[in-house]
Design a protein around this ligand. Structure first.
Ligand code: G1P
Length: 292
């Protein structure tokens, strides 16, 4: 069924401590680590904006104020760029800047899990469907970004959409895993999900990748959601309850994902994104060849 409400807002949970990247993340948020020349969080905001998102809700924590600064004007810098005639850089900064009033920030006061982080944004989202993008995951898509591909499905089906991808069976216990049913019309309906299943108990090898479109009824469920896997409040558990009343569809998106929360994924993302750039790709390829 075609949806009645368009997706205008996105939640970006950025409260995590980033302990896997110490000492780099001692004073700097992990979301500000760069993939080539832009912070991870900028890549994710760009993906959301390309999908039509107009308002970005950051669920932050202590030591994350630099994210707020990043999405604000930097008057001194802009004046200097302008005086020096560096118009290309100036225009780039202006293009990337969200418009006034398009960002909101709230704090997750204690690390109680992803479900709790999403719930912290309930008043900022209000009673409308929203996108949720986990900044640990970056997607390199050939044509349309991952969230834009999800919007295409949402515009036909409405309901809730989860980006999914296949992993090796021995990896499923690190993720939320879904069970899907393929319909004749090509849509993939989700009929089960579980967060971090014990080894060899997963319903499939299709994981929840880190991009969601959700209906606002999830917030009422999250309000009373008890702790699940890892003793944290899990969004997957709340979605499972919502599945009793609403449809969930899987989006097996086109593209390649990188887990930038791990060192290997982060480094691989840097290599992949650098190689795909017209300006530095060829020179970087030569430099890489000399290294390996
Ligand atoms: C979270 C979600 C999980 C999802 C994963 C994707 O887990 O809870 O369902 O599969 O992100 O990266 P986390 O990585 O925070 O443990």
């Amino acid at each position: 069924m075609a949806p009645t409400q368009r997706i205008r807002k996105a939640i970006l949970p950025v409260a995590g401590l980033g302990t896997r990247f110490l000492p780099a993340t001692k004073a700097m948020p992990k979301e500000m680590l760069t993939i080539v020349d832009r912070p991870i969080i900028q890549h994710v905001v760009d993906e959301a904006r390309a999908a039509g998102i107009e308002h970005f809700i950051f669920v932050t924590g202590r030591n994350k104020t630099v994210i707020e600064d990043h999405f604000d004007k930097q008057v001194e810098l802009e004046t200097t760029l302008s005086e020096r005639g560096k118009l290309e850089e100036l225009n780039m900064l202006n293009d990337l800047l969200p418009k006034a009033g398009q960002t909101s920030y709230t704090r997750q006061q204690s690390p109680k899990g992803l479900g709790h982080a999403v719930w912290c944004a309930r008043d900022l989202v209000g009673n409308e469907p929203f996108a949720l993008l986990l900044p640990d995951v970056l997607v390199q898509a050939p044509d349309k970004g991952c969230m834009a591909q999800m919007m295409d499905i949402y515009n036909k089906t409405g309901g809730n959409i989860l980006a999914v991808e296949e992993v090796e069976p021995d990896q499923t216990s690190n993720y939320g895993v879904v069970d899907v049913l393929k319909n004749e019309c090509g849509t993939m309906k989700i009929n089960g999900m579980v967060e971090k299943p014990a080894p060899r108990t997963a319903p499939s090898n299709l994981i929840i990748m880190g991009r969601y479109i959700l209906q606002p009824e999830i917030f009422d469920i999250l309000a009373t959601q008890t702790e699940g896997a890892g003793n944290e409040i899990q969004i997957t558990d709340a979605m499972k309850t919502l599945m009793n009343d609403q449809e969930f569809y899987a989006c097996p998106y086109e593209g390649r994902s990188f887990d930038c929360g791990s060192k290997i994924g982060f480094l691989a993302a840097n290599v992949a994104f650098a190689l795909s750039r017209d300006d530095i790709g060829p020179a970087f390829r030569d430099a890489l060849r000399k290294l390996i």
